[in-house]
Write a protein that binds this ligand. Structure first.
Ligand code: NDP
Ligand code: OXD
Length: 315
C-alpha cells in the first residue's frame, strides 16, 4: 500500500517531511515524478489536483483533501465518482478562520484603515466610535467555520445571525434557513460574511441585488462585505460598482475567481478594499497530516472515515 501527495502549488517536501514524522511507516509517494508503480497507490491527499490525475490511479481507495474545500477536486470532470472523499474538519484550521473573521469584522468596526491612513498623514482625528452591539453581522454558511466564527463574534458582543440551507440552533445567534429567509437575513445585516461552500447554488451570491438588500441602518450607513469562502461566490464588478456608488462601505476579500489575483485587477488598489492572499485559514502540514493519517488508519481498519463529502450535495 502506498500514499500519494498531489500538490502542484504547495511545497511538497514540507508535506512529505510532516507525513513521515506523523506516520513513519507510510510509503509516501509524490506526484508527478515520485509516483513509482501507480498500482501500489491506495490513498491520495491532494490540493488543486490537475484534472485526470486521480482517475489515473487504478487502485485508489480514498481521496483526502488537504483543506476544507473540495471544489477543486469535484470540478475534475474525470473524477472517479465511486471513491470516497474526505475533507478537513480540524480545530486548528477552524481556529485560524475564526481569527481571520474576527480580525476583519473588528478592523471595519474599529475603523482601523482610517486610523492607519491618518497616521501616515500625521493626523490626530478622534472621530466617534460605536459599540459591538451596534453592528449586525450576518454569516452566510453556518458549517464548521461559520458556526465557530459566529460564536466568537457573539461573545464579543456583535448581533450575529447565520444563514444556511438547514436551520441551526446556537444560543444568541439568530438562524435563517433557505432561499425563503434570505432577504430577511440580508435586511438585518450590516456586515455580510461569506463562509459558504462553493457549489453551483452559491456561485455569484454576492452580487448587486444581494448588496442592495443589505441593511443601511448600521453605524456606517452602508454595509460591509467579507468573503473568505470562495471567489466564485462574489461578482467582483458588482462589488466595485457598489463601493464606488456608496452602496457598500467597504470589503475584505481573501478569495478570488482567479488566484493569485492578477496584478492589474482593480481590487488591489481600490481604497475601500482589503485584499488578502487566500490566507484566512492555512493548512498546517503536521496537523493536517496527522488528520489524514488517522483517516487512512480508520479506512484500513474497515471503519468509515470522518467528514466524507456528499457528492450529491456538492460538499
Ligand atoms: P461546511 O461544509 O462545514 O459549511 C458550509 C456551509 O455552507 C453549511 O452551513 C451549508 O449549509 C452552507 N451552504 C452550502 N450551500 C448552501 C446554499 N445553497 N445555501 C445556503 N447555505 C449553503 O464548510 P466549512 O465551514 O468547513 O468551510 C466553509 C468555506 O470556507 C468553504 O467554502 C471552504 O472552502 C472555505 N475555506 C476557506 C479558507 C480560506 O483560507 N479562505 C480556508 C478554509 C475553508 P448547511 O449547514 O445547511 O448544510
Ligand atoms: C481550504 C482553503 O478550503 O484553504 O481549506 O481554502
Amino acid at each position: 500500500m502506498a500514499f500519494l501527495f498531489v500538490l502542484p502549488t504547495w511545497p511538497v517536501e514540507t508535506w512529505v517531511a510532516a507525513m513521515k514524522k506523523v506516520a513513519p511507516g507510510l510509503d509516501v509517494r509524490v506526484w508527478p515524478d515520485g509516483m513509482g508503480n501507480i498500482s501500489d497507490i491506495e490513498y491520495c491527499a491532494a490540493w488543486l489536483p490537475p484534472p485526470g490525475v486521480l482517475k489515473s490511479l487504478p487502485n485508489l481507495k480514498l481521496i483526502l483533501s488537504l483543506g476544507a474545500g473540495v471544489d477543486a477536486i469535484l470540478k475534475d470532470p474525470t473524477l472517479p465518482r465511486d471513491i470516497p472523499i474526505v475533507r478537513v474538519n480540524d480545530p486548528d484550521l477552524t481556529g485560524r478562520m475564526t481569527e481571520y473573521i474576527v480580525l476583519h469584522v473588528l478592523l471595519h468596526h474599529r475603523q482601523q484603515r482610517r486610523i492607519d491612513g491618518n497616521q501616515k498623514r500625521i493626523i490626530w482625528d478622534s472621530f466617534p466610535t460605536h459599540a459591538a452591539k451596534d453592528l449586525s453581522v450576518g454569516i452566510m454558511g453556518m458549517g464548521v467555520m461559520g458556526t465557530d466564527s459566529a460564536i466568537k463574534l457573539r461573545d464579543i458582543g456583535f448581533r450575529v445571525a447565520g444563514w444556511s440551507r438547514g436551520r441551526k440552533s446556537i444560543p444568541g445567534v439568530e438562524s435563517f434557513a433557505g432561499e425563503s429567509e434570505f432577504d430577511a437575513f440580508l435586511g438585518r445585516t450590516d456586515v455580510l460574511v461569506s463562509l459558504l461552500r462553493a457549489t453551483p447554488g452559491t456561485d455569484g451570491v454576492i452580487n448587486s441585488e444581494t448588496i442592495r438588500k443589505l441593511s443601511r441602518k448600521g453605524p456606517f450607513g452602508a454595509p460591509i462585505v467579507i468573503n473568505a469562502g470562495r471567489g466564485r461566490q462574489q461578482v467582483a464588478e458588482d462589488i466595485i460598482a457598489a463601493l464606488d456608488s456608496g452602496e457598500l462601505f467597504a470589503a475584505t476579500l481573501d478569495v478570488f475567481a482567479t488566484e493569485p489575483l492578477p496584478p492589474e485587477n482593480p481590487l488591489w488598489t481600490h481604497p475601500k478594499v482589503t485584499v488578502t492572499p487566500h490566507c484566512a485559514a492555512d493548512s498546517d502540514p503536521e496537523t493536517i497530516c496527522a488528520y489524514v493519517a488517522s483517516n487512512i488508519e480508520r479506512h484500513r481498519r474497515g471503519e468509515t472515515p470522518g467528514n466524507l463529502v456528499d457528492l450529491a450535495r456538492g460538499y
